[in-house]
Design a binder for this molecule. Structure first.
Ligand SMILES: *[C@@H]1O[C@H](CO)[C@@H](O)[C@H](O)[C@H]1NC(C)=O
Ligand SMILES: *[C@@H]1O[C@H](CO)[C@@H](O)[C@H](O)[C@H]1NC(C)=O
Ligand SMILES: *[C@@H]1O[C@H](CO)[C@@H](O)[C@H](O)[C@H]1NC(C)=O
Length: 479
């Protein structure tokens, strides 16, 4: 009897050891081999200046067709100055880092049927290299050019990828980067044959046309019941000041005025973050205000595993990149989206609990889009979108323009609603967004990992008191 019990204990120990992954040795400490990228490293932007963009690439897990025809999805983070590794290790990569500082397989990853590429953009961000602060691009056209240069280098180094269409996606301030890349690409296409084919642009909770978006903050907060009428009036005055500075071409002053508005909203609501009004703590943040990603990404073994420059201290968002964008943040890239719409599919999607770059703020600028299909777009019925019988969102799509609202998500949609975001991007690239109001989520699930027996739900809303007051002192960023 005792023997049997002993055997049971031993067996249990072995099983749990396998479950938490300590039996299998991995090549790099702290990261399971299965979580290692297919390739990663640096793409040269400007040889003379020494600027380089850091990238991480994951091959598709279960491509339904030939690899040579499998699309590649590019993901860009916002900020400005936030690292693509946020998307990789917290939102849509195949493995994400939980509050336990361990890697967990992500069932909502965007590389289920597509290749997935992350860039630390612009140079100076994350592990990317900008030898001096002056090397950070000063206007959005230069950001577009740098992205094109990086992608040209990536596709040149991997000639077998050149038949695989690229879809440029991103979040928040990437609402500028994604159009800038598209615009630069389409201009170049008139002059040369690019080494890669661009298939479409997608923006999640984007900041694209601030002059229309900023005035939506206060009404959205008021009608959600988050501020009172007097506060709304005050905030609307602050927003008018942002608009006035934009109209006068004083984008530096507009940037600062917008920070005043954001600070007012933080003070009035007491929220930990405007990016998701449900959260008592900011994304990937402990109750003491520190990030759970930085300690992991900065481990020597992780930098080695990623092929990142080891002397760089990784930050989720790099402040000097943000401040060097002071004259840019309040400028518009709407004209770039309008141009892209005449040539490419464009998807705009938002999580509905984002008070900053959410649904109302985006519909405000979408109403301003100049494009031949725009009235048909608005006349097209908005459909209720379900996944396996459960409400997942709302979809409106006409010709090259699609709009999706994701139910149950804040600003970082793939972190909040991984599967919904995955099915959305798969349907959009597959061209079935318009025709499938009830998309089926029954497609092949992501391969189960051998080293982890259960997926820890690190995405559930954290509870606890937010002690992080940094937000009131610093300029709020968009991620
Ligand atoms: C914050 O809390 C986390 C989790 O408890 C801990 O690992 C970390 O060391 C703490 N950081 C600081 C600066 O106290
Ligand atoms: C930002 O804009 C201000 C006012 O237009 C100008 O004086 C300043 O030189 C600009 N800064 C940069 C870095 O372009
Ligand atoms: C949509 O893009 C295609 C190219 O993919 C283009 O031929 C078409 O004219 C665009 N549609 C509209 C309404 O602009």
């Amino acid at each position: 009897m005792i023997r049997l019990l002993k055997l049971k204990v031993v067996l249990l120990a072995i099983i749990s050891a396998v479950c938490i992954g300590i039996v299998r040795a991995s090549k790099f400490e702290g990261i399971p081999d299965e979580a290692l990228p297919t390739s990663s490293g640096y793409l040269t932007i400007d040889e003379a200046k020494g600027t380089k963009m850091f990238y991480v690439y994951y091959e598709a897990l279960s491509p339904p067709g030939k690899l040579s025809e499998t699309p590649i999805v590019l993901w860009l983070q916002g900020g400005p100055g936030c690292s693509g590794l946020l998307g990789n290790f917290f939102e849509l990569g195949p493995w994400v880092i939980g509050a336990d500082q361990q890697f967990h397989p992500n069932p909502g990853s965007w590389n289920r049927i597509f290749g997935l590429l992350f860039l630390d953009n612009p140079v100076g961000t994350g592990f990317s290299i900008a030898p001096t602060e002056q090397d950070v691009p000063l206007n959005i056209e230069d950001v577009g050019e740098d992205l094109y240069t990086a992608l040209t280098a990536f596709y040149t180094e991997n000639p077998s990828f050149q038949t695989r269409t690229l879809y440029a996606t991103g979040e928040s301030y990437a609402g500028k980067y994604v159009p800038a890349l598209g615009y630069y690409y389409l201009q170049q296409q008139e002059k040369e044959t690019p080494v890669f084919q661009l298939g479409g642009l997608a923006i999640g909770n984007g900041l694209t046309h601030p002059v229309a978006q900023i005035p939506a903050y206060a009404p959205a907060a008021y009608y959600m019941g988050l501020i009172d009428d007097r506060q709304r009036s005050k905030d609307e005055e602050l927003a008018k000041l942002v608009v006035k500075h934009i109209e006068n071409g004083r984008f530096d002053l507009a940037h600062d005025a917008r920070s005043v508005l954001m600070r007012a909203l933080y003070e009035q609501t007491g929220f930990a973050t405007l990016l998701d009004i449900r959260r008592e703590l900011d994304y990937y943040t402990y109750a003491n205000g520190s990030s759970w990603l930085s300690p992991v990404v900065n481990r020597e073994s992780i930098k080695k595993a990623l092929g990142a420059e080891e002397s760089i201290t990784w930050e989720d968002c790099t402040d000097y990149v943000d401040s060097s964008f002071r004259n840019q943040t309040m400028q518009s890239t709407k004209f770039m989206v309008e141009y892209a719409l005449t040539k490419l599919p464009v998807l705009l999607y938002q999580g509905q609990f984002d008070l900053q770059d959410g649904v109302a703020s985006n519909e405000q600028w979408m109403k301003d889009i100049k494009w031949t299909g725009i009235s048909e777009f608005w006349n097209t019925e908005r459909i209720v979108w379900q996944l396996e019988g459960v409400l997942a969102g709302h979809v409106r799509t006409y010709a090259n323009l699609s709009h999706v609202v994701i139910v149950g998500a804040g600003h970082l949609v793939p972190a909040d609603q991984g599967l919904r975001s995955q099915k959305m991007v798969e349907a959009w690239i597959g061209g079935s967004l318009a025709s499938s109001p009830s998309l089926s989520a029954s497609a092949t699930p992501v391969k189960k990992s051998k080293t982890s027996c259960s997926v820890v739900d690190s995405f559930s809303i954290q509870s606890g008191k937010n002690l992080d007051m940094r937000v009131l002192e610093e300029t709020p960023t968009s991620i």
